[in-house]
Design a binder for this molecule. Structure first.
Ligand code: ATP
Length: 235
């Protein structure tokens, strides 16, 4: 299985003024990721990690910058290019999952497959639910699922469109330690199977070491360190 259209190298440069708890500062980041690479973004609270993901996703505009994936320009402030979120080939998972509470697990996944022909949707959703070990729970609404089950559902929903780029913002931090450890393995296997380039914000260095190919450390809006996850990063 591979990422969808537009897969390739991700290149980001973003400069934007932010208001931190200790006054104004600038987010000023350059970052690239190879096709299929898993990049962890670490750093203290308020460093600009979520803002960076929001810029890449198209949920925020940088004052200056460019976001390019596989040669497709998603944002280029110098040329007034800004693709809206829905036109970027991305999937994202946040800490709070953002599942639709009134839809069953199956409907949550089918919703993400809305662009597929109706006849294929059910089968595709079943295959994804099977992959996440949720087939028996397909008719349950999110409120009846455990934290780990909800997290798996959020992951397959994000991957259903075969995004070229997957963004995870502390996706496992709401889970209890045991479930979190299990989910790290599930996350790794699913991301590998789909081959999506991945940006993940995480505070947990053990998690980062297990999942990431590379760690980018952000502090006060700047990249302080960019290293192999098992190489130079010291938390
Ligand atoms: N649109 C904005 N305009 C000005 N300042 C902003 C804007 N969005 C966020 N900020 C500020 O920029 C700083 C960085 O926020 P951000 O959420 O990116 O940090 P973070 O590294 O993800 O932190 P955490 O680990 O706590 O989630 C914060 O102090 C925040 O208040």
């Amino acid at each position: 299985m591979h990422g969808g259209d537009g897969a390739g190298v991700l290149e980001v440069s973003a400069q934007t003024a932010l208001n931190g708890t200790q006054g104004p500062f600038r987010l000023d980041v350059r970052l690239s990721a190879a096709q299929g690479e898993f990049v962890a973004i670490c750093g203290p609270s308020g460093a600009g990690k979520t803002t960076l993901l929001r810029i890449v996703a198209g949920l925020a505009r940088p004052q200056a910058g460019r976001v390019v994936l596989g040669g497709e320009v998603w944002c280029d402030t110098a040329r007034s290019v800004f693709l809206p979120v829905r036109r970027r080939n991305i999937g994202f998972v946040f800490q709070d999952y953002a599942l639709f509470p009134n839809m069953t697990a199956r409907r949550n996944v089918e919703y993400a497959l809305a662009r597929h022909p109706r006849a294929q949707r059910r089968a595709q959703a079943e295959a994804l639910l099977e992959l996440a070990g949720l087939r028996a729970l397909a008719d349950h609404r999110p409120a009846r699922l455990s934290g780990g089950q909800r997290q798996r559902l959020a992951l397959i929903r994000a991957l259903a469109r075969r995004p070229a780029l997957l963004m995870l913002d502390e996706p496992l931090s709401a889970l209890d330690p045991g479930t979190r450890a299990t989910m790290q393995g599930v996350l790794r296997d699913l991301v590998r199977a789909f081959g999506a380039t991945t940006l993940m914000v995480s505070h947990d260095m053990a998690e980062v070491a297990m999942l990431a190919d590379r760690v980018v450390r952000l502090e006060a809006g700047q990249v302080l360190e960019d290293a192999g996850a098992r190489g130079g990063a010291d938390g």
